[in-house]
Design a protein around this ligand. Sequence first.
Ligand code: UD1
Length: 360
Amino acid sequence: MNVLTVIGARPQFIKACMLSRALKSYPEVNEIIVHTGQHYDASMSDVFFEQLKLPKPDYYLGIGSGTHALQTGKMLMELEKIMTAVNPDMVVVYGDTNSTLAGSLAASKLHTPIAHIESGLRSFNRKMPEEINRVVTDHLSDWLFCPSRSAAENLKREGMEKQVFVTGDIMYDAVRHFKSFAGQQSTILQELSLSENNYYLATIHRAENTDDPNRLKAILEGLMQLKKRTVLPSHPRTKRKIDEFKLNDIIDTSHIKMVEPLSYFDTLTIASNANVILTDSGGLQKEAYMLQVPCITLRDETEWMETVKTGWNRLAGANKEQIADKVMTCHTPEESPPIFGDGNAAQQIAGILINGDAEN
Ligand code: UD1
């Protein structure tokens, strides 16, 4: 059985690694990995393959950056060629990136069944490219694997009830699998002279924040007001936009420490030892919950409402007063119910895809 996996961006490497491992226990499965090249810097791509021991991609498309149409269109053209040559029994796509959209569109036109992992998430904000990618991918998919019950409810509201499986979150599998090993391997705390629970971790990469000078400025000003030092691993685009909007003057480097994008092991280590995490990333909001670190989300809405309802995550938007206030009043809730399942999502997904074993 040929399973064709399409990946291209950082969080997809992490998710795919876990399913890839689970698929290995099925000798009849031949997984073919296509890397679109949406993320191409060594720190955004290669280091994840090395640490996660992800098999080398069978195809590397080298698409790189561009406008949404350009990037997605180029991917579509290349994926169609590969899918036609390989004739897979199914195509697996992850999350909500342009690589996800291209993978599902190409497969659907070739009548190849599609499995969407991390299905059913909604921000209800169609201005986000990710929201468009998710909605389209969900409606094209044949298996919809939801990380949480609320994701399945979103699908139900849009008329999708069949082949919807709540498996828990595959990123939780990865956190459980790699956390202690990452802690042993990573030297990031020493490298950055950080002591446990005595710094904040921030990440900013969403277009809505990086491409709007007012929002980016307000977030940086918010971080400057915080009592402890903030480590800011910077996505290449964020760095470029800070330069373009001439926002470097806001940053006092003794207070905000900008560093290169971090590897998965360094991220897990620096995140689990942070006092508070401030982020606009979907993945890091979840990882904060999984690692039991309070999170402030630098967006006006989130797809991960369970983390908000349990008190672990609070929305501050791009408002400097809110950012400072939310961090100051931050507390650690007593309970963290298993909103992302039991850490066995990959096994369940593989069982359903290969044998049709469904528990729900
Ligand atoms: C993408 C996803 C986002 C996901 C994120 C994970 C879409 C629409 N967005 O956002 O949902 O949360 O990945 O990290 O697919 N760049 C580099 N080197 C790289 C990659 C990107 O310099 O290796 C720069 C380029 O200038 C590029 C910009 O970052 O134009 C944006 O990259 P892109 O892949 O388009 O989107 P992300 O912001 O990374």
